[in-house]
Design a protein around this ligand. Structure first.
Ligand code: PLP
Length: 407
């Protein structure tokens, strides 16, 4: 008899966005003329930068002639992209990352989900709460947890992120864990971590032979000087951290699909007998076996954001989203709500002083505005809603006005 991987049955139906869609559809059906504004889902709304579009058009032309045609590319990514990412994202900022430590992919979600394959089944994992669900569910599928009890899986360590710790847990909470997922700027809370906070995590990881999986998908939103864009800005991080980057929010690639992962040379985990095993060759093997590279067109498009005009255009789009966030944060603060994020992140995490689904329903029914209830991101998300800055200015201003009327 063919048996399924029963770990899948442990996964609590990820009902968050389905439930939101269901409630929005019901509301829309009951109120066909209502103009619903969606500030829920974290997808970008603005088009690709013209420099990216032009580069992708040129890449299509390359594919149309025998002399410039590209078939299968290197699984780790083309050198033209890896070299520019290493230079502009790291070296020019004084951070030590080389092109051959960069592995281009079709986005950070896959890499965040796939990386756990490199580690033993019995490693202990720590995640923030609230959390981007990919870190959790991929480890559940791999059998590293027990059942879900009241929203938390047995065997996982949850690091509560709330107002008491500024939404950044301290490393002692992960004592005894082998791997910790950190994401700053954070989805969903929009919080950022200071250099000192990240340095404390790096020191902890090196001292306890643990690994930090650092998700920097939103680093391009950081505007406050001194907030690290990369974990490798911290001393000693090369020996204890892997970093995920994404062009999705940096350059509007949510539909195009491109990102990369940094696995430094010399970064090790250990065999059962204690022998150090380098992770970079393992990740190379994993990618060359199971992945055939991001498309040539995509990588040429990503390369264009490292040109002066591409960089300026991508930054202007992010500035636009940040201004949306600033306007919403200012308005909500004026209404007496405590808001995290919105300054160095596309997300606002609003303390609604009560049940997050009830607040969601109120904004939907009375203001025709869709948000995301914090409870969907974990137990510690209850009492908050997430608002996304990805929208047109017109919609943002209208949403502010409507929310103001309701609250
Ligand atoms: N990491 C975080 C924290 C995210 O919020 C997202 C997307 O929402 C991703 C990774 C996925 O990015 P990508 O589109 O590159 O797969």
């Amino acid at each position: 008899m063919l048996h399924v991987n029963e770990n899948y049955s442990k996964i609590r139906a990820s009902y968050l966005f389905t439930e939101i869609a269901h409630r929005v559809a019901a509301h829309q059906e009951a109120n066909p003329s209502a103009k619903v504004i969606r500030l829920g889902i974290g997808d970008v709304t603005e088009p690709l930068a013209p420099a990216v579009v032009a580069a992708m058009h040129r890449a299509v032309d390359d594919e149309s002639a025998r002399e410039t045609f590209h078939g299968y590319g290197p699984e780790q990514g083309y050198a033209f992209l890896r070299e520019k990412a290493a230079k502009f994202d790291f070296q020019d900022r004084g951070v030590d990352v080389a092109a051959d430590e960069i592995f281009v992919s079709d986005g950070a979600k896959c890499d965040c989900g796939n990386i756990q394959e490199l580690f033993a089944g019995d490693v202990t994992i720590a995640v923030g709460d609230p959390v981007y669900p990919v870190y959790v569910d991929t480890n559940v599928m791999a059998g590293r947890t027990g059942a879900n009890d009241g929203g938390r899986y047995a065997g996982l360590r949850y690091l509560t992120c709330d107002a008491s710790n500024g939404f950044v847990p301290s490393p002692e909470a992960a004592d005894g864990c082998d791997i910790v997922y950190l994401c700053y700027p954070n989805n969903p809370t929009g919080a950022v971590a200071t250099k000192e906070q990240l340095q404390a995590w790096v020191d902890w990881a090196n001292a306890s032979k643990a690994l930090i999986l650092f998700d920097a998908a939103y680093e391009a939103f950081i505007r406050t000087p001194g907030i690290p864009h990369s974990i490798y800005e911290c001393k000693g991080a090369r020996s204890c951290a892997i970093e995920f980057r994404s062009y999705s929010k940096t350059a509007g690639f949510t539909g195009v699909r491109c990102g990369y992962t940094v696995v430094p040379k010399g970064l090790v985990a250990y065999a059962a007998d204690g022998t150090p095993v380098e992770l970079r060759p393992m990740w190379t093997r994993r990618q060359t076996t199971k992945f055939n590279g991001a498309s040539y067109l995509t990588q040429r498009g990503a390369e264009a954001i490292y040109t002066p005009e591409g960089a300026a255009q991508a930054k202007a789009t992010i500035d636009f989203y940040l201004e949306n966030g600033r306007l919403m944060k200012e308005a909500l603060s004026r209404m007496g709500y405590s808001v995290t994020g919105g300054g160095d992140s596309p997300y606002l995490w609003v303390d609604v002083k009560g049940d997050s689904w009830a607040f969601f329903d109120r904004l939907l029914k009375e203001a025709n505005v869709v948000t995301t209830p914090g409870a969907g991101f974990g137990r510690a998300g209850e009492g908050y809603i997430r608002i996304s800055s990805f929208n047109s200015r017109e919609n943002v201003l209208e949403a502010i006005e409507r929310i103001g009327r309701v609250l």
